[in-house]
Design a protein around this ligand. Structure first.
Ligand code: SF4
Ligand code: SF4
Length: 353
């Protein structure tokens, strides 16, 4: 198990082109049922009907939770914000490299810094090129703007991977809007955490590339960094929070001690998912595999075939999101490894003190 915690068919595997991510595809691929559907009209209809969990109040709450993620472009900067250099003391720090005396002690402190800024879990792994997108996509809210190859600066050789817990009580209301607020807040916390950690690393005189879902596949990097394992639901499952996390990462040339994958948990989950179909059963659009065994074949061009795993169908998943006028966390909440209880109605969420 230790040697082959994932199996790859080299004849099939290709680095992923982000253009095929469903969140880009729905903007350019007119073969999709969800082509250019941005939820807005159905949202207004729901508001008019004052449907529980989908009221004007709920949408206002949910949309606002994305504020830092959506409106703070610096979070995804590769270089830091140089416009501050002349009037901010930080740039002086960057003229010299911090001298590391004890690598293990230093790594422990860097992880503490990441947790201080907001990470719930932190792991470190080497940069594995196969998980880096072959091409990164550019998009605005309403348009796909093309894609470009990714070239990292020299010496960047590792990645600090962080998982951020989402609000479990909000998630219980899925697929209603308070659960979407838990997702949005998770993304905003990601943006906050990576931008602080990136600046910290630059202040030590090293390079940092701050990433959310962009630039590389977060789940295999998180598994390599020891944060958990891949579930039938197509998501990272951590021993601490199940799938109730968002993943972000900072690529760097900072000297750090690498973590190992959590082999025991990978093996435990692999056996568990073979017998447990709860996520597949709860999914409205049957987007999650019922296959008894994982395989190498993707379902759509939005998958990344060639890795032995259970493939979800992102087209079907996104169809439910569009119908729901927001995202969905049912396959997160139902998983026995997640820190969640029973689903609750949004009124119960609002009435909870
Ligand atoms: S997010 Fe919802 S629709 Fe998508 S796979 Fe999970 S349960 Fe299905
Ligand atoms: S719900 Fe069950 S099958 Fe699905 S990811 Fe969790 S443990 Fe695996």
């Amino acid at each position: 198990m230790e040697k082959n915690y994932y199996e790859i068919d080299q004849n099939i595997y290709r680095r992923f082109d982000q253009k095929n991510d469903i969140f880009c595809r729905y903007l350019w691929d007119n073969s999709l049922k969800t082509y250019q559907n941005n939820f807005a009209d159905d949202m207004l209809m729901n508001i008019k009907e004052d449907k529980e969990g989908y009221t004007h109040f709920d949408y206002a709450f949910s949309k606002a939770s994305w504020t830092v993620y959506n409106r703070f472009p610096f979070a995804f900067s590769w270089e830091g914000d140089i416009s501050f250099e002349e009037d901010w003391y930080g740039y002086k720090l960057r003229e010299q490299k911090y001298q590391i005396k004890d690598l293990l002690e230093f790594t422990t402190k860097v992880k503490k810094v990441a947790r201080f800024y907001g990470a719930s879990l932190v792991g470190i792994t080497k940069l594995d090129e196969k998980w880096i997108y072959q091409r990164a996509a550019k998009r605005s809210v309403q348009k796909f703007l093309g894609s470009y190859p990714i070239h990292f600066p020299e010496n960047i050789d590792k990645v600090i991977v962080m998982a951020i817990e989402m609000d479990p009580q909000g998630l219980f209301t899925t697929p209603a809007l308070p659960a979407c607020a838990a997702t949005g807040l998770g993304y905003s916390k990601m943006a906050f955490t990576i931008s602080c950690l990136g600046e910290f690393i630059r202040n030590l005189g090293y390079q940092a590339i701050q990433c959310g879902n962009d630039t590389a596949l977060s789940i295999p990097l998180a598994i390599d960094a020891g944060l958990g394992a891949l579930g039938r639901n197509g998501l990272l499952i951590t021993p601490e929070y199940g799938s109730g996390v968002r993943i972000c990462k900072v690529f760097t040339d900072l000297p750090l001690v690498l973590d190992k994958p959590n082999f025991n948990f990978i093996s435990k989950l692999s056996n568990f998912c073979k017998r447990c179909y709860q996520c597949a059963e709860v999914c409205e659009t049957k987007a999650i595999s019922f296959k008894p065994e994982p395989d190498f074949k993707g379902e759509t061009i939005s998958n990344n075939p060639g890795v032995k795993k259970y493939y979800i169908n992102p087209e079907k998943c996104f169809e439910f999101w569009v119908e729901n006028t927001s995202d969905c966390s049912k396959c997160i909440t139902i998983c026995p490894f997640s820190n969640t209880q029973d689903f609750i109605l949004s009124n119960e969420f609002w009435n909870e003190k």
